[in-house]
Design a protein around this ligand. Structure first.
Ligand code: SF4
Length: 442
């Protein structure tokens, strides 16, 4: 497209996977020279496709290959750049794919804007993948704009020094690295100045924040609390092994950190936790979640649970199910085990059949919905602050929608609220995955 002699190219970003990957895509987009590119949504025709991949499961790899093939079909003359965790871990696999022009590793994303500006179709894929284990410093551009309008993700940590036996992430993201505290504050200022009322601190192993630069997550939160830059700060997933009483007490007394903990349990069975090489026991997990419930009676407590780890017997699954049932958890994310080449678990005997994984996942998801519903129902009749995210129309009624600090998704009946404002809502009902309420008059 010609704009007064300036060729404006259409660029389409496809981002798969976690909050960290979403941050990476938003950061790269923010760094592109203004006016030179027009962002279009996939599957619109674009001149350049950037597929920012995930490789946490086989399904994620397949999804990435699907987008690559579709991008090339939509515009055979377009340039396809593949980056992210799949590119970092399996560049040779991607090289075999028809139509891939560039393969760039996770650390090499720092040079992606240059590659985009010089991008041309290649006869063979150009592979730019650094040894991620050689990377010692945190490298990630700042961002002003985030795709969402009220909540922005801020990546403050990358990589992981642990080796859970099922996990491919450390091979994709390298060693743990942290954004210096002063830079965290500066980037929060930027996002706050752009109008964001809520910032989600995210990382690959957030609980490891600061250990490589002589500080830690709790110290960072104390500085953020004092700085009062933004109304709400939310923590993304934490390792139960590092969720200390001091951290829980801090969040309980904080005016800024949202009362929500997402603690990745993975399994509730003692032996499986050992085979996964997780750093906590089932009892420790129960102790931590009970402590959170005691100190923060209204807090949301979520988790990730894996189903079908190699060798998982009916009894071991039952232990997971029962622990989740008796715990103070309020919502679950259930993940079927996915065999990842290069991980110890991939070589383990007794890989579980997909049928069994499917039925176990279904029963656990059922329990998770029940727990979420009970948690939401416990707020009927109470007033809660809701950060308005936009209009929602469900059934015959319109209204606004938003989220409470304790992660309840609310529909405000008849309320026509301004995006980004925080309003008091009286919860009246729970329908499906939403709490319904009315604007509280006083
Ligand atoms: S803590 Fe374990 S599951 Fe989490 S990223 Fe590190 S190796 Fe993977």
């Amino acid at each position: 497209m010609d704009r007064g002699g300036l060729i404006v190219e259409r660029i389409s970003f496809v981002t798969l996977g976690c909050k960290v990957n979403q941050y990476d895509s938003a950061a790269i987009l923010n760094m592109l020279p203004e006016g030179r590119y027009k962002e279009v949504s996939f599957p619109e025709k674009a001149d350049i496709y950037v597929i920012n991949t995930c490789t946490v499961t086989q399904k994620a790899d397949a999804e990435a290959r699907n987008f690559i093939n579709r991008a090339k079909r939509i515009n055979p003359d377009g340039v396809v750049i593949v980056t992210g965790c799949y590119a970092q871990v399996s560049p040779s696999e991607l090289e075999k794919l028809e139509g891939v022009d560039y393969i760039m590793g996770n650390f090499d994303k720092v040079n992606l804007t240059e590659v985009i500006q010089d991008a041309k179709p290649q006869r063979e894929a150009k592979v730019i993948v650094s040894d991620i284990f050689k990377i010692r410093r945190f490298e990630s551009p700042e961002i002003k704009e985030f795709p969402e309008r009220t909540r922005a993700f801020l990546k403050v940590q990358d990589g992981c020094n642990y080796r859970c036996t099922f996990c491919i992430i450390p091979y994709a993201r390298g060693r743990s690295r942290s954004l210096p505290v002063i830079e965290v504050l500066r980037r929060m200022e930027m996002l706050s100045n752009s109008g964001y009322k809520e910032i989600v601190l995210t990382g690959i192993h957030l609980a490891s924040y600061g250990r490589d630069i002589g500080t830690d997550l709790l110290s960072l939160l104390a500085v953020i609390e004092k700085a009062k830059i933004v109304k709400r700060v939310r923590l993304s997933s934490l390792d139960p092994a590092d969720t200390t009483e001091r951290l829980i007490n801090f969040v309980a007394s904080s005016e800024t950190i949202c009362p929500q903990f997402h603690l990745a349990l993975q399994s509730g069975d003692v032996d499986i936790l050992k085979r996964m090489r997780r750093r906590y026991s089932a009892d420790k997990f129960l102790h931590v979640t009970n402590l959170i419930r005691e100190k923060l009676p209204d807090a949301a407590i979520g988790t990730d649970i894996m189903v079908g780890f190699p060798g998982e017997t009916d009894k071991e699954f039952e232990n997971s199910f029962n622990l989740a049932k008796e715990s103070a958890l309020t919502y679950f994310h259930v993940f079927p085990y996915s065999r990842r080449k290069g991980t110890p678990a991939a070589l383990m005997q007794n890989q579980i059949s997909s049928q069994i994984i499917k039925s176990r996942s279904a029963s656990l998801r059922g329990l998770g919905s029940q727990k979420k519903n009970e948690f939401y129902r416990s707020f009927i009749g109470r007033k809660l602050p809701v950060l308005v995210e936009g209009p929602v129309v469900s059934g015959h009624e319109g209204g606004s929608g938003g989220t409470t600090p304790n992660y309840i998704s609310v529909k405000i009946i008849g309320g026509d609220c301004k995006i980004g404002e925080e309003v008091q809502v009286e919860i009246r009902e729970v329908v499906g995955e939403k709490a319904l309420g009315f604007l509280a008059l006083h």
